[in-house]
Each structure stands twice: as C-alpha cells, then as structure tokens.
Design a protein around this ligand. Structure first.
Ligand SMILES: [Zn+2]
Length: 350
C-alpha cells in the first residue's frame, strides 16, 4: 500500500485553492492542473468545455474516478446606482454563508478587483432593531462593495466591471489540530487526494488493476461535470464531500461510502466492493445517505445515457457550501480506500 503523503496532499490542496475557479471560469485552474500533471508525467486530454482526463494506464474495462475543480461563487447581475454590485449566485451559494466574505471580481480585460459581500444595511451599530435579523436575499439586500473609491455606476463601469463578471470568494484555508477549515474543501480537497495518489503511483511505478482515468471536472456544481466519458468506461467513482448533519453517519475523520443521494441509490455491487476495499485498506469508513439536496458527478453521466455502475466516496465535511471543515484523517481514509480500489480493484485481485 502506498502511504498517504499528508504534506503533499495539503500543499496541493493549498495550490488548487490559490486559483479561483467559479463554475464557468475554468481556464486558470485547468492550466494549473495541467502543469501539475505535466510535472508528474501523466498523459491527459482536455475536454472542450473544460475538464481534464488523465490516463493512469492499466488494461481492460475502464474505471473513471472523478473529482471536481469548480467552486460555487457569484456573478455580477448589475451595477447599482451607488457603485455597489448586485450579484447572483453561481451554484448553491446562500447569502448567510457568504455575507462578510472577501471576494475577487474578474473583469473581461483581465483585471482583478477585490471587495466584500455585504448585507444592506450592514453595520449593526447603526441598524434599527427590527432590521437586524433580516435574512440576506441576493435580489433585495445583498451586494458586493468593491475596494475602490467609487460613488456611482459610471465609476464602476470605468473600472471595466459589468454584468456577467465572475466573483470568487476567498477560501481562507487554515489547519488546526488536524482540522482543515476552508471554503471549497468541496471538492479541491478530493482533487488533492487524487493527485496525491497519482504522485505516489508514479514514484513507485505502480499501475492500476485495470484501465483507469482520473477525470477532473469543471461543471459539477451546476450538474453536468462528467456527461462525456472516455471509450471503454464501465464504472464511475466520484470522490466528493460527505456532508455532515444531524441524521448523517458521516464524520470528518472518516471516509463515507455513498448508498444514495437525492437522485439515485448508488450501484449496490459497487458499494459492496468499496466497503470491502475500505476494510482491506484499514480505512475508517461509514455508509451514508445524502438527501434532499445532494448529487455527485456520477449522476449526470447516468442521465446522459451511459451504461455504468456508479459509486461515490469522500471525507465527512461540516458546513457544506459555506466555510467548510474536515479533518486530515478524513482525507487519509479517503486516500486509503481510493488507493486500494484503484490498485487492487473491487475484489482484491481485480
Ligand atoms: Zn462537490
């Protein structure tokens, strides 16, 4: 078994977080990923709409393992007359999980302008009692205030900011006692786990038990990351966060094997193979069900008509789509299960 390189995984996670990638704005993260793959020496191809499919080698019916590199974020809806920005979410971002966050606005000219998400009114000290608890609503009382001395819409237009510009949220990654706190653990932490395995396999000269692709998708957050797959794929495995909650088995220190999400039950045979692989690998593992608002990038491939078995695994994660938290043990257990499944297949001898 290839041991988990915690430092490489966290460093890679940090590298991926350092490149903004709101869904639809994939070029920068795609280039950053390809530079990592070039450094390792894996062949890959880029899909036309954004997405990178790396070929890990092996023979026979193919497995595709997918993690996504797009993040939820915001987009400029219009510029308000006072020079603030009216914004809409890209993906499942809610006002209560982003108000007061720092952001970067990307203009078509290539400028990056910083700002902050605010609720209106914002300063508690000068807000009437009856308005203090008003929930945020992107259409009514949430805006982005940019870090420029603008007074009106013309001032903002002069900076090149306009409707349709992407706005990325600051990830703010920090690690404390093994707890990893950051935005976009979903799903850059999983992508870092995949890259850690690729690095270890390359260094050890390991080949997968069967033909294997790692697919880094760019449109998961809006539901169509992996709608095209390489020739010969018969199984798809998504590695994505396992959201935690009162009725969930998932834990930040474990890897979860998905039994069902809000769309479909996962393939029962593949689920059993994943649980067996977890046991062989000594991974701390739970089985969980994710409803009513979750699906992985397996689902669009099935809806697109592929005849596939599908499974999903991932680290337990708190505060999904907000300022998320997981634990290094969750990433390690995800790595252990993934490594066993890729190297030894579903039954221990492929
Ligand atoms: Zn995700």
């Amino acid at each position: 078994m290839l041991s988990f390189d915690e430092k490489y995984c966290l460093d890679t996670f940090r590298t991926l977080l350092g490149v903004d990638s709101t869904t639809g704005q994939y070029e920068m993260i795609e280039n950053a990923l390809c530079a990592i793959l070039d450094g390792m020496g894996y062949p890959y191809r880029r899909t036309r709409k954004g997405g990178v499919i790396a070929d890990l080698g092996g023979e026979g019916d193919a497995l595709v393992v997918t993690a996504h590199l797009d993040d939820i974020g915001l987009m400029v809806r219009h510029v308000n007359s006072d020079g603030t920005l009216n914004v809409c979410p890209v993906g499942g971002l809610y006002p209560f999980y982003c108000v007061t966050e720092n952001v970067r606005v990307y203009t078509d000219a290539g400028d990056v302008i910083t700002g902050t998400v605010c609720r209106t009114p914002n300063s508690i000290h000068v807000t009437e009692e009856e308005l203090r608890d008003t929930p945020g609503d992107f259409r009514k009382n949430v805006c982005v205030v940019i870090d420029k001395p603008v007074k009106n819409a013309d001032d903002v237009a002069a900076l090149g900011i306009k409707t349709g510009d992407f706005i990325a949220l600051e990830p703010r990654m920090t690690v404390s006692n093994g707890y990893i706190k950051s935005r976009f653990i979903d799903d850059k932490a999983s992508a870092a786990v995949l890259l850690t395995l690729m690095k270890n396999m390359k260094e050890a000269g390991e080949v997968p038990a069967r033909k294997t692709y790692f697919y880094f998708a760019m449109y998961e957050e809006i539901g169509h990351g992996t709608v095209t797959l390489p020739e010969g794929v018969v199984d798809i495995l998504a590695v994505d966060i396992a959201p935690m909650g009162p009725d969930q088995n998932s834990s930040e220190r474990c890897v979860s094997v998905f039994a069902k999400d809000s769309r479909f039950p996962y393939h029962a045979g593949m689920k059993r193979e994943l649980l067996a692989a977890a046991q062989r690998a000594g991974a701390d593992c739970v089985t969980d069900i994710f409803t009513p608002h979750y699906g992985t990038d397996c689902d669009p491939a099935l809806v697109a008509g592929y005849d596939l078995r599908h499974g999903a695994i991932g680290p337990g994660t708190l505060n999904s789509h907000g300022y998320e938290r997981t634990h290094i043990d969750g990433l390690k257990n995800t790595y252990l299960l993934l490594t066993e499944y890729v190297l030894n297949g579903g039954n221990g001898n492929a």
